[in-house]
Design a protein around this ligand. Structure first.
Ligand code: PLP
Length: 480
């Protein structure tokens, strides 16, 4: 019962703090049981307390209407809050940026074989470090070492968390407190704070730069070798190209010079492809096997770039050097987990059947997808995107270029197709395009494109048939 006296000072028609129900009354409602089942009592009670605190503050301020103070309404609000808090933070998106190996969107997508192996490794015990032949303790690298050697021609191999870790480990194991000779043209920075000079310092090695930014000669390396030299190192210019008046020294030449002085030659290959990409009409890139054959004693490369596997850093090369690397304490700190190894093995196995690779290895399938098929996808989805964008925008099918991404072959581009969305009408289009972009990011499965030259470009290379229905379903009505 509300007495007129206690309403003193309360604005007309507003709820007082005393009107709010007790926590137990809300929990006694019919709908509460399902909530307790789904989220557990402690979480529900905490959310309910937060909601009641908020409402109490509003009631004190005289801004709380009676409807929101109703138990059913409070339960409804708490349900919404709990549901929102339970949304996964890591969400599936549509990568329509045109960059196939997009570092910020998780790089390589893995084939089903790898997915199944990961699920198995997650849910059952496995011989991660257990020798099934002898029953003795095993070495996790053994799971993939033979495959890596078979595919690269190397004597030995080991695996760590990513290629940055591989480079750090290699430098620390082989060049601690000694000098590493690198060309100035190869002192790269890879996105996300990986710089060769910094890694060198952290590894305890001293960088000796030779040559100039655009030209390095064989003699430059040779002259830099001294008593404290640990190795000659080459680094793949992953995300840039030095063009014009340039000269670099080949792996074969660097290796020959290193070997003449009894030193190892190492190569950070970055992407590190295992196959000749030109057979698929892709630009040329030295393979890991070619680099080993040219004389490199140790090669490092990523698992989730052109290789198309999980995040990993692969080190392949001379058995004595790999042995030394595996004894380094950093190896333990940088080692991979079973999920990585579970995913890596089937991906490497796919390379044994190169005839099927372009179909079965997701990354290669996306990179080699014919422009004609991408164009057909564009024709199928254009009308839906137009409907979703609304009459304020024009949506046209357009030819465009995709990029491989992750620093692989930065200059070369792949003929692709997709949609170009332009704002119609007067005024500067930037703000309108940004708003449309934000709406697309707000979809249940966010759509990520790129704005360039006054248009929002949706490159459809990575929208494969199996995702098309899901893509269209969320564009069935105008976004605004
Ligand atoms: C990408 C890249 C790295 C870093 O590899 P991650 O696997 O991302 O750690 C290092 N060196 C080069 C040349 C690269 O291209």
């Amino acid at each position: 019962m509300r007495s007129p006296a206690s309403d003193a000072g309360q604005p007309q028609g507003m709820a007082r703090p005393a009107d709010l129900p007790a926590l137990d009354r809300v929990l006694a409602l019919d709908g509460a049981e399902a909530l307790l089942q789904a989220y557990g009592r402690s979480q529900v009670v905490a959310a309910l307390r937060r909601e009641l605190d908020t409402l109490r503050a509003e009631a004190v301020a005289g801004t709380l209407g009676h409807t929101r103070a109703e138990p059913a309404s409070i339960l409804h609000a708490v349900t919404g809050a709990l549901r929102q808090a339970a949304e996964p933070r890591l969400r599936a998106v549509f990568n329509l940026t045109g960059t196939v190996l997009h570092t910020n969107l998780g790089r390589a997508l893995l084939p089903d074989e790898a997915v199944n192996a990961v699920v198995r490794a997650l849910t059952t015990p496995a011989n991660l470090e257990f020798d099934l032949a002898t029953g003795a303790r095993g070495d996790r690298d053994d799971l993939v070492e033979d495959l890596l050697c078979e595919l690269t021609g190397a004597e030995a191999a080991t695996v760590v968390n990513n290629n940055a870790a591989a480079v750090l480990l290699m430098l620390n194991a082989l060049a601690d407190r000694r000098e590493v000779v690198v060309s100035r043209g190869e002192l790269v920075e890879i996105g996300g704070a990986f710089r060769i000079p910094d890694i060198m310092k952290r590894a305890g090695a001293r960088l000796v730069e030779v040559g100039t930014t655009n030209r390095t000669h064989a003699a430059d390396y040779d002259n830099a070798i001294g008593a404290r030299t640990a190795m000659l190192m080459k680094v793949h210019c992953s995300n840039y190209a030095v063009t014009g008046f340039t000269k670099s020294v080949s792996v074969a030449e660097v290796a020959a010079m290193a070997h003449a002085r009894g030193l190892p030659a190492t190569v950070d290959l970055g992407s590190g492809t295992l196959i000749d990409l030109t057979q698929y009409g892709l630009p040329r890139e030295d393979t890991v096997r070619e680099t080993i054959a040219a004389g490199a004693d140790l090669v490092t490369f990523s698992g989730d770039k052109l290789l198309g596997g999980p995040q990993a850093g692969l080190l392949v090369g001379r058995a004595d050097l790999i042995r030394k690397i595996k004894k380094n304490p950093l190896k333990r700190a940088l080692r991979v987990g079973k999920l990585t190894l579970a995913a890596l093995e089937p991906v490497l196995t796919l390379y044994r059947a190169p005839e099927h690779l372009a179909e079965r290895l997701t990354t290669l399938r996306l990179l080699t997808r014919p422009q004609r098929l991408i164009q057909e996808t564009a024709e199928r989805v254009r009308a839906s995107v137009q409907l979703a964008a609304g009459p304020g925008f024009g949506v046209e099918i357009a030819a465009m270029f995709s990029q491989i991404g992750s620093g692989a072959l930065p200059v070369d581009q792949l003929p692709s197709a997709g949609l170009a969305i332009r704002h119609l009408g007067p005024g500067r289009p930037g703000r309108h395009l940004e708003r449309l972009q934000a709406q697309l990011r707000g979809l249940p499965r966010p759509v990520i494109g790129r704005v360039e030259s006054d248009a929002l470009w949706l490159d459809l290379r990575c929208l494969e048939a199996r995702d098309e229905t899901a893509f269209l379903a969320q564009l069935a009505e105008p976004l605004a």
